[in-house]
Write a protein of this length. Sequence first.
Length: 557
Amino acid sequence: MSALLAGVALAFAVWRAVRLAWLADDSFISFRYAWNLVRGHGLVYNAGEYVEGYTNLLWTLLMAAAMAVGVAPEVSSKALGIICWLLLAAVLALRSWRHRDGAFLPLAAALVLLMDGYQTWATGGLETSMFTLLSVAGVLLTSEPRAGRRCLVLAGSLLAAAVATRPDGVVFAAVGVAGAWLVNHDVPSRQRLALVAAVTLPLIVAGVALASFSLLYYGDLFPTAFYSKSALDPYYGQGFTYLYLFLKKNWFIVPLMGILLIGGAGRLSVVWTPTYRILLVACGAFVLYVVHSGGDFMFARRLIPAMPFLFLVLEDALASAPGVVIKIAAVALVALGLALPYPIYRNATEKIRGIANEPAYSTRAYIAMRETQARVAAQAFGREPVRAMFEGGMCMFAYYTRLPYLAEMSGLTQYSLAKQPLDSRGYIGHEKVGDARWLTENRIQFVFSQAWPPVPRLEPKRVDEIYFGDTLKARIWIYLDAIMDPLRDNPDVQFVPIEGALRAARRQIGQASYEEARGIYDFLDRYYFQTAEPGKKVLADELREAVDARRPGKGGA
């Protein structure tokens, strides 16, 4: 009967994870890096520009490997994510089987399989499930007393792979090294040091290799997200909100801790062995790091890697509970919590302090819409050397356009933007946005709008807007004749040619105050004259003279 129930639970979990399979917008940043790598441009977002705009090196390389053999990242990322999620559950179940004392109660594996958050983040196109698998497997091996050198070398290698998958794997790596020391407290000092060295050596090799690669290839030790998300700046108010929402949805976790860890003296003796202290520190240290850095705008994602360690401690406390009353109460509580998670969002697309149920946004229809917009932009511009920025929620648009130069608005693809000073805290990960100066200095020609089609057209039409049918619109930041002239004869593209803009400017200047006239000229200077061919200087001089004529004391208004 137990085997049958386990089989049904596994089948249901897999069915639901496959049914929920989705792709987060941020995953398309890694996809574009992988696409450029496969095509010989290097591990870059824009060819010729070396910026570490991903935070998942190993994952991105695996996506590139899949691309190289003809498997699209939209497929490979989902498949690999689900495989890693199932392997994580298998690792936890195996650990439960090896440590069982009496009944086999794989609580941790069951929670990872059946909790909504783990089923959701089994996919998403991101590295979450692979990072969790590597981190959990590595720390579990180091928390085993007398594990042996080969086992600890494997543990160090898994933790090194976790660091290569996400830089914040260093938290688990540090716990793993400390764990190898603590659980072997009864081993002679020289042997104890050798065991710790077995864990540490792969980490040192990987650390040196990763740091050298980042410094030599990108010229910086950290990826852009470290700066754009202000990773070292405390943001506890947002971080505790992030944790609170996770515990609120999974409301059974806190009372379960009360029942198993505080509900009897026997549980305390289980928890305070070296192994369990390591597991609790692994969970607590990573949760504290997440809270310190403000969590994430994607609900639950950053807490997924930490929770299995807590689940294992609760599992062993459940297995060692005397009698059946506490066990029945705990199992009933878990079953109720899994069946009835608290609905923290009143509607699917609600955001709570910027924290979103991300799958509700990245639907298949949404991806298809962005892909359509990308195709329209790609057809309009062809092979022109366009330099553009795109607004939030458009990383998939950027991937599908294949345009040569694109910048993400919050700094994930640009060091110069990511390293800007942070004026105030706000929407986590989206607090730094390219201003007018940045756009001009970086020669950005267009800023693509995230507006959904059909795109409404403003009346009267602005001179700095361009419409691609009713599918896509953008703001023209710098008007280049070489880029804009080929678009004039495209019936699907509408914009105000520069001649029309200059005629309108002459009329407006003739009727405006000096300050207003000066503003009109400054706009055109940035918009067109600074990058126009030398022959356009005559037009600039004419407009400047018209502006000067409006100066008070010269007969102007």
